[in-house]
Design a protein. Sequence first.
Length: 121
Amino acid sequence: MRLKTARIIVESFSATNQRWLKALKGKAKSKAGEEIIIIESWEILGRLLSPGRLQILAEIPLRKPKSIAELARQIGRDFKNVHTDVQFLADIGLLDLREEGPRNTLRPVAKYREIELPFAA
């Protein structure tokens, strides 16, 4: 799988609706290989950009862990905290969680090679 670029935009619900209306009319523009992730508030963005979560985003493509437990061991963090962070990042759409092996172990997989955060969308 070829990794893409994620663009994170902080905007209100009404601004998101306007973006969708433009897209439906064929007037929206985006770069090839780029996906947009819309976050509703700066508070959520602050939670997303915690040092632990940034570490996870940086380490997964390098270490390619076979499970969340292996990732926690590799980066020297508590499993419960890493699991919570990985689940949050997957819920937002920055990671994939794939079930693998006979026990359907969740393997975190990077979706993006880089993340852009423009302050003016």
